[in-house]
Design a protein around this ligand. Structure first.
Ligand code: ADP
Ligand code: MG
Length: 248
């Protein structure tokens, strides 16, 4: 076995043992204020669906940014899909991010482009052949319930529709992990439920899903793993948990 194959095997073994996401004693301090994350240790296994809840300022978005390698930890180690993110070279980051889909509260779409273009763009940047893009985009748009909306400018769509476009764009490259930071923060209850149900379906097809949310009703109803953060620490981590705020 070559050294490269051996390393690959070791990495895969590590993912099995420590999970697709593993934070080992991670802290993150910005230049001002108290640490945003304070000695977090966290394992997430391949295929899990996890809610992350907690007050504003508790460190949820910082955690997501560390997983995306938008930020690096001040101390401790972050492993995603077997890579120690502190060791990732700048030129390796685009390839690493290909395996991550991300959705934000504010959609972050190209406003002057149509729905098709917004999704196709994510495939062009990873150099997917044109023929494949033409097959993939309609399929993913159908999955998120947007068949027939290809030509609409995204600025003309409702919030719920815009978040579906963002979700289609996040999923088009078939990521191993989907990270969603308050994906329903700007949506009404009906659209919030529809987006969460889509996230659940995506998870059932094998993608590991992490969702930061304040939506107490949905968290309580869906009975997933719930990690509660407060002031940069994990104060509870429960299988089939609920939304906790009074006890801590
Ligand atoms: P949450 O997503 O749970 O609301 P954040 O991770 O955004 O929390 O923020 C955690 C803490 O870190 C907060 O106290 C926030 O003010 C601080 N913080 C976040 N981003 C920055 C930044 N770029 N510079 C300085 N402090 C920051
Ligand atoms: Mg946040």
């Amino acid at each position: 076995m070559s050294r490269k194959e051996l390393l690959k095997q070791q990495r895969e073994q590590m993912i099995e043992e420590d999970g697709i996401i593993f934070l080992d004693n991670v802290s993150k301090a910005y230049s001002t204020g108290a640490p945003a994350l304070d000695n977090i240790t966290l394992h997430i296994n391949r295929g899990e669906f996890v809610f992350i809840v907690g007050d504003s300022g508790s460190g949820k978005s910082t955690l997501i940014k560390l997983l995306l390698r938008e930020l690096t930890a001040t101390s401790g180690s972050v492993y995603v899909m077997g890579s120690n993110l502190a060791r990732l070279k700048h030129r390796q980051i685009p390839k690493f991010r290909r395996n991550l889909g991300v959705v934000f509260q504010d959609f972050r779409l190209l406003k002057d482009r149509n729905v098709y273009e917004n999704v196709a763009f994510a495939q062009r940047i990873v150099e997917t052949p044109a023929g494949e893009i033409r097959r993939n985009v309609p399929a993913i748009l159908a999955t998120v319930g947007l068949a027939g909306k290809y030509k609409s400018k995204t600025s003309r769509l409702s919030g719920g529709e815009q978040q579906r476009v963002a979700l289609a764009r996040a999923l088009i490259n078939n990521p191993s992990i989907l990270l969603a930071d308050e994906p329903t923060g700007n949506l009404d209850p009906k659209n919030s439920w529809e987006i969460m149900k889509l996230l659940e379906e995506i998870n059932e097809q094998g993608t590991t899903v992490l969702v930061v949310t304040h939506n107490r009703e949905i968290v309580n109803a869906m009975q997933k793993r719930v990690i509660t953060m407060k002031k940069g620490v994990i104060v509870s981590d429960e299988e089939e948990g609920g939304y906790i705020d009074e006890e801590y």
